[in-house]
Design a protein around this ligand. Structure first.
Ligand SMILES: [Cu+2]
Length: 123
């Protein structure tokens, strides 16, 4: 059997993954409340999150550089929340009590964007 490099398979997998799930929505209904978002390589993961009202979301910075979690879009902050800058290993959390869509971005790297969709409790 012909040898297929593992790296080739991994990149093929990545292409398939990106191609079929451009905007993965993670629905979290964890009973204990807190939902984790990691910041790594200048992106929020998961980028789109759907949670019931009352959920606390915890962002953890895994990059050796400061980022922020700022409500709104670049040039048009929403004002609901702004973490300020936090760096590698630090976390910032926010509790979403009101249903709605909360886009957010990083004030230092405006290509970094995420979204928290908050649905009414019990839905
Ligand atoms: Cu940033």
């Amino acid at each position: 059997m012909r040898y297929i490099p593992k790296s080739f398979l991994l990149s093929l997998f990545a292409v398939l993954l990106i191609g079929t799930a451009a905007v993965p929505v993670v629905r979290s209904y964890a009973a204990d409340g807190a939902v984790q978002v990691s910041i790594k390589l200048f992106s929020f993961n998961p980028g789109v999150l759907e949670v019931p009202a009352g959920t606390t979301v915890v962002w953890t910075n895994g990059d050796a550089i400061e980022h922020s979690v700022t409500n709104g879009v670049p040039g048009k902050p929403g004002g609901a929340f702004d973490s300020g800058f936090f760096t590698e290993g630090q976390t910032w959390s926010y509790t979403f009590n009101e249903p709605g869509e909360y886009p957010y971005f990083c004030r230092r790297h405006e290509s970094m964007a995420g979204m928290v969709k908050v649905v009414p409790k019990g839905e």
